[in-house]
Design a protein around this ligand. Structure first.
Ligand code: ATP
Length: 253
């Protein structure tokens, strides 16, 4: 893959105490495509996301946005770099005291000078795009887990991010709701473009949405390439991983 993509991770390593979670990770995330990073629980997928948005600093290595190392930036530059990202956390990370409309409007009211009329037009369009146009007045505790994730997605999109990151979009959802969310992700991506990254261990999600697939195993990238190539790959590690088999070269520890 070209080394000139807008979002890159180069030789990133990270340890917590004596536990090394990331071992020299490299990714050049394809521009304007959907990449899924797959890995078993505890393999460091959320840690990867936190590095990408500048919430964690690597021990060694770099996170590059447009070729600039985010940890060589000033705090202000890093803050403004973060506004180019929309992140969909597992539970939607909604403010419990605000309805879905106000949750989605919050970044616009905080970071822009848009009028309430402009905000309303944008917020309602996004809530409709994620299938929540009729639920704008509801509070987070009045809606299902799937709806929370969709509301989190609408809020993540409201500042027109170039990079959209999903932390396990399928977690806690049944297969039908997961499939609905995947359809919405594909629709929104087609409409707005952007570089999307999903981390998950759900193969069905990966099959449905991915243009590219990366596999992380024990803190290392064991495969990265076009999704079709990954699912046709004969490498025993990749085959076992994508088939979800217990027998094979990947150990269970
Ligand atoms: N701030 C932290 N301090 C210490 N250890 C941490 C910290 N953040 C993550 N870890 C450890 O790093 C490892 C990877 O965690 P991470 O949450 O990234 O896994 P994951 O692949 O996202 O797992 P899951 O699929 O279960 O969400 C775990 O062993 C976790 O306990």
């Amino acid at each position: 893959m070209s080394s000139a993509t807008k979002l890159q991770v180069h030789n990133l390593s990270k340890s917590f105490g004596s536990s090394q979670v990331m071992k020299n990770i490299n990714f050049d995330f394809a521009d304007n495509a959907i990449t899924t990073v797959l890995g078993p629980s505890g393999t460091g997928k959320s840690v990867l996301i936190k590095h990408l948005v500048g919430l964690l600093e690597p021990d060694t290595g770099e996170v590059l946005v447009d070729g600039d190392d985010i940890w060589a930036m000033t705090e202000d530059e890093r803050y403004s770099m973060r506004t180019r990202f929309g992140v969909c956390w597992q539970d939607g990370a909604l403010f419990g005291s605000m309805n879905l409309y106000d949750n989605t409007a919050f970044p616009l009211r905080t970071h822009t000078k848009m009028s309430e009329k402009e905000i309303e037009e944008k917020v309602m369009r996004l809530l409709e795009e994620v299938g929540l146009g009729h639920s704008a007045h509801k509070a987070p505790n009045e809606i299902s887990g799937g709806m929370k994730k969709r509301a989190g997605f609408a809020r993540a999109m409201v500042m027109d991010p170039e990079f959209v990151i999903f932390d396990e979009p399928d977690s806690g959802l049944d297969p039908v709701r997961t499939s609905l969310l995947c359809d919405i992700i594909l629709d929104v991506h087609q409409k707005h473009g952007g570089t999307y990254l999903l981390v998950t261990h759900d193969m069905a999600t990966a099959r449905k949405v991915s243009d590219y697939i990366g596999l992380i195993w024990q803190g290392e990238v064991v495969h990265y390439g076009p999704a079709k190539e990954a699912f046709e790959n004969e490498d025993p590690f990749v085959k076992q991983f994508l088939a979800g088999e217990s027998a094979g070269p990947l150990g269970m520890d």
